[in-house]
Ligand binder design. Structure first.
Ligand SMILES: Nc1ncnc2c1ncn2[C@@H]1O[C@H](COP(=O)(O)OP(=O)(O)O)[C@@H](O)[C@H]1O
Ligand SMILES: [Mg+2]
Length: 281
């Protein structure tokens, strides 16, 4: 990682002060941006949800159709009916999980005080909402989650919003590649030994970005996408949420070689207490 290739969340002092005022005005006091951002994230996952629901609905429809045909013919043994209905129940459970999760995702900010959260679950839940959509865009999702991983302190829904934003950006970036190009997103989470922060990285094999874009991408309303696609809010929200957790976000990218977003989050329990070992001096 070369210094020129890295833009951290610490912009020039003047810009940072201006953005802090901006964030306080919109995020802290009247919450308008929080609402806009949540709506933007919900918009992002709406298409994903349609994909996620499609599969269990198709399975239920197939089973119901077969059962009706068997009943017509008078050839439906109770045992087979029971097995099929069990499967229908499972699929309904899957749909309720998606709906319930979307609801908790869109609920107000005050609903969830910061707690110790497991990043593995955050990743799993986010992929439960967006995974099928990514696959339908021809994107391979690679997971590399260290286990066990120390919990971090934050709001699960807010951290899911971080991942939704990073994954949607990766999807948009990968969508600009030619159809036959390999498209992958890698989510990696690990705890560097003996250190407090837990790291989560989202890396894509997309076109990457120029230095000009890299320097500005955490600015609110900065977007290189058309008005229909980009709000420019995604990464400013990512930065706000990561800041709230006492963490740090940085991006590493060069044109043509993809982008890696790296987030460090303080562990809910200090490193030496977690591992039961003395910290390395
Ligand atoms: N993974 C990525 N690869 C390339 N460019 C990216 C990536 N993620 C973000 N960007 C750039 O950062 C800009 C800002 O992103 P964001 O704040 O999420 O707003 P939006 O997605 O609405 O444009 C994007 O318009 C894009 O130019
Ligand atoms: Mg975005």
């Amino acid at each position: 990682m070369t210094p020129e290739a890295t833009e951290t969340e610490k912009p020039a002092a003047g810009r940072q002060a201006a953005e802090t005022d901006w964030a306080t005005a919109l995020l802290g006091n009247d919450g308008r941006l929080v609402h806009a951002a949540r709506l933007a994230a919900i918009g992002e996952i709406a298409a994903g949800i349609a994909h996620e629901m499609n599969q269990p609905l198709a399975a239920i429809q197939m089973i119901v159709t077969s059962m009706l045909a068997d009943i017509e013919r008078g050839t439906l043994p109770t045992e087979r009916a029971r097995q099929w209905l069990d499967t229908v129940n499972e699929q309904i459970g899957r749909i309720s999980w998606i709906i319930g999760h979307l609801r908790s995702f869109s609920r107000g900010e005050g609903a969830e005080p910061p707690a110790a959260v497991a990043l593995g679950e955050i990743v799993e839940n986010t992929l439960g909402l967006l995974g099928a959509q990514l696959r339908s865009h021809g994107i391979v999702v690679e997971l590399d989650l260290e286990a066990p991983l120390p919990e971090v302190r934050g709001s699960a829904r807010r951290l899911e919003q971080v991942l939704v934003n990073l994954l949607s950006n990766a999807r948009d970036a990968l969508d600009t590649l030619p159809n036959d190009a390999p498209k992958a997103v890698r989510i990696r989470a690990y705890a560097p030994p003996g250190q407090d922060p837990v790291v989560i990285e989202v890396a894509d094999t997309g076109p990457g970005m120029s230095t000009e874009v890299r320097e500005r991408l955490f600015e609110p309303f900065f977007t290189t996408k058309g008005a229909a696609q980009g709000t420019g809010l995604g990464l400013s929200i990512v930065r706000t949420i990561v800041d709230e957790c006492g963490g740090h976000v940085a991006v590493e990218s060069k044109p043509g070689v993809g982008a890696t977003f790296r987030i460090e989050l303080p562990a809910a329990t200090p490193a030496h207490a977690q591992s039961g070992k003395e910290p390395i001096p």
